[in-house]
Design a protein around this ligand. Sequence first.
Ligand SMILES: Nc1ncnc2c1ncn2[C@@H]1O[C@H](COP(=O)(O)OP(=O)(O)O)[C@@H](O)[C@H]1O
Ligand SMILES: CC(=O)N[C@@H](CCC(=O)OP(=O)(O)O)C(=O)O
Length: 284
Amino acid sequence: MSYSHVERAQVLAEALPYIQKYNGKTVVVKYGGNAMISDELRQAVISDIILLHLVGVRVVVVHGGGPEITEMLKKIGKESQFVDGLRYTDQETMDIVQQVLCGKVNKNLVATLNRLGGKAVGLCGMDAGLFQARQLDEKYGLVGEITAVDPQAVVDCLENGYIPVVSTVAQGVDQETAYNINADTAAAKLSMALKAEKLILLTDVRGLMMDPANENTLLPVVKLSQVPGLVKDGVIKGGMIPKVDCCVEAVRSGVKDAVILDGRIQHSILIELLSDEGIGTMLL
Ligand SMILES: Nc1ncnc2c1ncn2[C@@H]1O[C@H](COP(=O)(O)OP(=O)(O)O)[C@@H](O)[C@H]1O
Ligand SMILES: CC(=O)N[C@@H](CCC(=O)OP(=O)(O)O)C(=O)O
């Protein structure tokens, strides 16, 4: 499909009110799934983030990396175990989680952002006490429940024109260990501490659907009051439950809205933020 000059200009003009709306506002993007694995999608996400940053949006990236952790564990002959969707994390697993998230994934992401013209700084949850945590429950091993967020390091980055890129390993407050935190949960907690305008969770499905097997049943807008009913009726289930829960918590705590967005669609972040089209599920 090719566009005329006028059509191209219209797309840019359409973005103006949205750029004005989000200028100076904080948007937390949880980056993970296919959008992180496919080269093409990775470039699109990263260029979206740089563009938003350049038009004055205070973009904060919180990244996942579950598949990379699983792959590295496999290399050392360890099978991954999940309990209620959370990785069972023994000490050996925790060491790998820290190496993969804070080392490989975080630094590669920072390098790509910088290579494509951004100015990114990588932080993990232990830097400057960003995320403090205690053990969530023995049944998950060293999985943490965030007890406090000190967003100052992230704010300092934003104030100095950097794009903060955060990995979700937290410092223990109940014992001398690092804790593994689910990236959706950490992104939601950070959005709350930053009083963000918006939380975006990139995932590998269109959003919340009445029938997960049918993409035409996407629910574009879900009010918090509808969530308990959707859970009770079995519409929200499995991996969607913790995702929706942390969106609910964020919105209840003052984040204006939370969007579950399809990271498989190129430039889904730009379409969501800077156009008249809403393409995921917005919880508000
Ligand atoms: N109503 C629903 N709409 C969409 N997906 C749903 C729904 N209920 C359950 N799911 C499941 O939730 C999954 C998304 O959660 P998850 O796999 O944990 O995401 P991620 O890996 O991005 O964190 C989907 O792949 C789908 O199988
Ligand atoms: C406790 C827990 O499950 N932590 C996750 C942290 C990474 C993550 O959440 O990555 P995705 O967003 O790519 O799934 C894990 O170990 O896989």
